[in-house]
Design a protein around this ligand. Sequence first.
Ligand SMILES: Nc1ncnc2c1ncn2[C@@H]1O[C@H](COP(=O)(O)OP(=O)(O)OP(=O)(O)O)[C@@H](O)[C@H]1O
Ligand SMILES: [Mg+2]
Length: 124
Amino acid sequence: MIAVNNVSLRFADRKLFEDVNIKFTPGNCYGLIGANGAGKSTFLKILSGELEPQTGDVHMSPGERLAILKQNHFEYEDCEVLKVVIMGHKRLYEVMQEKDAIYMKPDFSDEDGIRAAELEGEFA
Ligand SMILES: Nc1ncnc2c1ncn2[C@@H]1O[C@H](COP(=O)(O)OP(=O)(O)OP(=O)(O)O)[C@@H](O)[C@H]1O
Ligand SMILES: [Mg+2]
């Protein structure tokens, strides 16, 4: 669960949020909608910890992890959708890339096999 408690944020002349309270609970899928410039990306930056709110805080249940992709329509154009989703979890993506590169090698040594096994373990 992600709990947002009394979160407020303003940029210079503009108040984006004031005392926002919301719980994102397991098993649900949430969409955040609003006009351009309403503050959707800023709110996601607060959820991910990239930005500190001026009041309030964000709590995640222990053992949970948040993956996030930047809002850039062109950055991932050449990538498969599944890979783009996995990129949201940086370490998972690195592990996947490294093990896939090992499997692509024409010569596969004992060390490669050991490394691939370690990576498979971490990937799982
Ligand atoms: N670092 C910053 N400093 C000052 N103002 C900012 C900053 N980041 C965003 N803003 C302003 O805060 C407002 C909200 O921006 P944000 O990017 O969160 O909106 P959005 O809802 O994601 O918009 P869009 O639908 O275009 O993606 C905008 O007016 C933006 O110009
Ligand atoms: Mg945005």
